[in-house]
Design a protein around this ligand. Sequence first.
Ligand code: AHR
Length: 484
Amino acid sequence: MSKAKITINKNYAISKIDDRIYGSFIEHLGRAVYGGIYQPDHKSADKNGFRTDVIELVKELNIPLIRYPGGNFVSGYNWEDGVGPVENRPKRKELAWGCVEPNTFGTNEFALWAKKVNADVMMAVNLGTKGPDDAKNLVEYCNCPSGTYLSDLRIKHGVKEPHNIKLWCLGNEMDGQWQIGHKTAYEYGRVACEAAKLMKWTDPSIELVACGSSGYGMNTFASWDSEVLDETYDLVDYISMHQYYGKNKMSTPAFLAQTLDMEEYIKRTVAICDYVGAKKKSRKKINISFDEWNVWEMADAHDELLRQIYTFESAVLVGSMLISLIRHSDRVKVACQAQLVNVIAPILTNNDTLIKQTIFYPYLHASLFGRGTALQTLVECDKYECPEYTDVPYIDSIAVENNSGVTVFAVNRSNEEVTLELKSENYKCANNPAHTAMYETDNFAVNTFDTPLNIQPKNITGIINENNIIKTKLNPVSWNVIQF
Ligand code: AHR
């Protein structure tokens, strides 16, 4: 048995959290769109062909923002193929994932679907096979009210009101050799700069995200990001970060320690943004859009593209990744869990029904209770060593304050039960603090269509408030939400 102390204090505020860090992502990939959010022959389909069972579950997550349409897909996408009368839309060979894109679902359908789930759209433009002209055309089509060729075309397509999409990605993972239209940092920086210019001239109210590195492991990390910002600094608002963590035969404590790497990746990307800002003697700050993050077992081969069954321990790592995003909410202003339905996703559908995967729950908790002001936690706890990481704190935690009170999110990465004392220096703790947790005896337990409720959060009884110190226990390998 190990012991830990967490101290919170309202003066340890990090930042007001931007709600958009609880964003998500839908790509034309696998069964995310077709057979996921859109399935006209499904028993729950509405008149638009949207699965209402999926809509209900997405609404439960209270997602503020959803990135679309890719991902690698966007780098070969003609958005014009996906608008106008469905019978006239072409089927195309889709090169990013090696499929055929039927184009029966496109920009207007997605914007309508996003409205139904109460989310804003984060739209990506194709800077792989296309360029500035195409990007500004999509802004005009989506955002201009009327009176221009493309805004009138949208109206002709049955969409009178502009979509008013405020956040745009300048391409996707352009540093990756796998990307359609991959570029060097300078080539991409120039195209992104020219696209940004035309897009902002078309709608000055939009915000833009330049492609940063597509992972901390990229050997061009840092030089790519700083070169891209050299070319785009004055025109863009965010630089993107992407990161997926897999198991790679690691032990559970090592698997869960991977957020130490995420911490370093965020700090270094912030440092690069500020370095370029300093070189330019700019007062402007570039913030971070962490627009792809999740656990992804790339080695797991399935008959279906990127279909992933999440284990219990994946949920705990997802919780720890959410804690990192909140901890850096002073600079991470947008983040998208990748992805939302069927493709490395918290929601899994089949032709009949749907389930919540293990990772659904920490995302739900953070989205519901993680809004407000982030507070640094002072943690005293044991540390462990594993071959991949040294000095790993047993406990990873963060606190969030809002009108309903204070929520502490905490992960116990270790295999030991931890007795926790939670001291709040200048908050009065209610007499009935609440503790919800995810813990299991089997770290590899999963939810399936046959056992959809196998893994769920549980209430922890025995939490007490003793003279304003909350006492409870954190189970080995667990995700915890403590509220007072
Ligand atoms: O989210 C799955 C894929 O991962 C995305 O298409 C791509 O951007 C990333 O490599």
